[in-house]
Every structure is written in C-alpha cells, then in structure tokens.
Design a protein around this ligand. Structure first.
Ligand code: ADP
Ligand code: MG
Length: 351
C-alpha cells in the first residue's frame, strides 16, 4: 500500500522562494509507486494551505488556495486536517518531508510538531536543527572538536543601544576587515563585509533587523568548499567536495541566486589529502551536532588549511544546488537520493 508523504514547503523565512524551488525538484523525484504526495504550503505570513496541484507552485498561485491545512500535534491522530467552506477532511500522514529553509522550518520548530505527533520525518531533529540554525551556538559546539574557525565575537541587539561601546567590543576583539552576520538567518541575508568603523555601525544595525544576536567574524581569505552528508546516527556518508566560485566579493544573496556569473563546481582542483580532511571533518561536525538524514557542511580553504564556516541542516535542493549535485557526481541519482532520505525518516527511532 502507498504511504502518504506530507511535503511541506514555503515558510516564513527569507528563504521562502528557495524552498518553493527546492520542493519542485524533490516532488519530481519521489517514487509515486510508493508514496502519495500530500502537499502543504506555508505562506510568508505563516498561513498553512493544502496544495493539490504542483503547477500552482511553479506559477506561485498556490498561495491563493482556500483550503486551510492544519497538522495535528496529536500522536494518536497523525494526520493533516484540510478545511474548506464545506467542512473538514482528514488525511493520515505516514511520513513527512519538510522542505523548509531558514527560520521556522530549519530551526527545530516544525521538527517539534513532528516529534509531538510522532510522525517520522526527513531531516535533522529539534536539537541539531536549532543548534545549526544559530551560527554562534554552532561555533561553540565546533570549538569542542578543535576544528579551526574564524575568530569571532558576538553581541545582543540591545547592546547596540550604546553603539560606541558595541563598536569598542568588536574593535577590541578583531582587526578590520570583519564579517557581520545575524546569528540566525540564511541566504546571506544581513551578511556584510566591513572595512571600517562607519561600515561596522551600519552593518550591525542591518544584521540586528534579522536577529537579536549578531556574530562578528574575522574575514577568511580563501576558497569556499562544501561537503554533503547523508545518513543516520548509526551510519553517515560524506559526498565528494564542491567549490563555490562567487561572482562577487563574497557569496552574497545576489551572487547566490541572481548573478549567473557564480559557479558551483563538483570536482574542484584540491589535493587529495585536503579533500579527505574536509570529508572527515564534515562527518565529525555532523555527528557533534547530533545530525540526522542530511546536512551540507561549508568550509573555507585558505593558505593554512581548512576553516569551518557553517552547517545547513536543510540545504538548498534546487536544480543548481550543491547538495544533490554532489551526490549525483558520486553516482547517486536524485531519485535514489530522495529515497535514501525518506528511508532515514522511516529508520528514525521512536522517542
Ligand atoms: N568569516 C568570513 N570570511 C570570509 N567570507 C565570509 C565569512 N563569513 C561569511 N562569508 C561569506 O558570506 C557568505 C554567507 O555567509 P554564511 O556564514 O555562509 O551565511 P548564510 O547562512 O547566509 O549562508 C559566505 O558564503 C561567504 O561568501
Ligand atoms: Mg552559507
């Protein structure tokens, strides 16, 4: 018998539009012989709607759906309620695939609903999702492994009320240039390369619009290298490594999604020992954050070696995204990859 697979997409984060692209790529590769796909979209405002037509995701008209969807947290129900003017229907859910990037999706919140409902789901659990969403907390965990990272300091938004003191805190900790970023955000939103005090003030203020905690880091001058991880708490594998060649000074929003001058390479020119070190370190970091199902681990490689940057627990899955590309380069098709991810959900032990 076919299983009902709830696929969640959209979401309230700045990466909403990326999720709408990722979901198409995922849905197209789910085995229809095994799974009935139940699509639910979350609008930017946080409204959940039932979506019965994939085409409406392509043209964006899904947001107009008048069928309100409610995922029950009741573990004895395990279902989605779909309500329209004529009443409510109930769809049992066997497994869930939250294709949500960023806040309110990749940060443990949605994962918490699946845990309550005891519905098996693809992706990292509550703890790892929350830790990896928060760049400052990720750093604290990675520090315990002795993995090299950019030097950093961090501030609460409310520390900016005394801007002179906030600036002093940063300048005492790090020389310019520095990177300023919201601790919890993605897609390079609110990320700034800062060269002097005036730029620092502007960057701190802008980052504080996106999160209440702001990370300030040493600028690393190096290549950007990424590694995909797939597996469970028992066994996880790392893909080969990929390189991001940004069209701009750094991999900002524009160069990620707009500027076609940026390139992603799945076979970058790197010595074998560095590749191996990256793969091993990616697995070590995945384990240290209690990773599950999948993650993409991002590094810089500079003249002294490897520097860990961040880990994404629901990496982009668009047609040009690194995560599926890295596994395809290793001989695992998108269909095969999606099935492996759904298998990890089924293997999730009941808590
Ligand atoms: N410390 C740093 N040194 C050099 N470049 C950086 C640094 N931090 C971030 N960047 C650049 O900014 C981009 C976005 O920052 P990142 O930490 O990956 O945040 P996001 O979660 O938005 O992807 C990176 O891909 C890289 O190009
Ligand atoms: Mg990044």
């Amino acid at each position: 018998m076919k299983k009902n697979c709830l696929v969640l997409f959209g979401g309230q984060s700045s990466e909403h539009d990326i999720s709408c692209m990722s979901v198409l790529n995922i849905v197209e590769n789910i085995d229809r012989e095994k799974y009935e796909i139940i699509l639910t979209g979350i609008t930017k405002e946080g409204h959940w709607v039932f979506v019965d037509d994939i085409e409406s995701i392509r043209d964006g008209s899904w947001v107009m759906s008048e069928e309100h969807a409610v995922l029950s947290p009741d573990a004895t129900e395990k279902c989605l309620y779909v309500m329209d003017r004529s009443g409510a229907g109930r769809i049992p859910i066997d497994v869930a695939f939250p294709v949500l990037h960023g806040l309110y999706g990749e940060d443990g919140t949605v994962q918490g609903i699946f845990e309550l409902a005891r519905i098996p789901y693809v992706g990292c659990g509550v703890l790892s999702s929350a830790v990896c969403m928060d760049k400052i907390h990720t750093k604290v965990v990675a520090q315990t492994l002795g993995v090299r990272q950019a030097d950093y300091t961090w501030l609460y938004r409310n520390e900016l009320e005394n801007m002179d003191q906030a600036v002093k805190k940063v300048e005492d900790a790090l020389p310019y240039p520095v990177f300023v970023k919201p601790s919890c955000a993605g897609s390079s939103v609110g990320v700034h390369l800062v060269n002097d005090r005036e730029e620092l003030k502007d960057a701190l203020l802008d980052a504080s619009f996106h999160d209440s905690k702001i990370l300030v880091e040493e600028r690393i001058i190096g290549r950007e290298i990424e590694c995909a991880v797939l597996g469970t708490d028992r066994e996880a594998v790392a893909s080969g490594v990929g390189e991001i060649v940004s069209a701009a000074d750094f991999y900002d929003f524009d160069s990620k999604y707009v500027n076609s001058g940026s390139k992603t390479l799945t076979d970058p020119d790197l010595p074998p020992e560095i590749r191996e070190n990256i793969r091993e370190t990616a697995l070590k970091i995945f384990k240290s954050v209690d990773g599950y199902s999948l993650s993409r681990v991002d590094f810089f490689v500079d003249d002294k070696g490897l520097v860990f940057n961040e880990i994404n627990t629901m990496p982009g899955f668009t047609a040009i995204s690194m995560y599926p590309m890295l596994f395809e380069a290793a001989g695992l098709s998108k269909k095969g990859l999606i099935q492996r991810l759904l298998d990890t959900a089924e293997m999730r032990k009941e808590h």
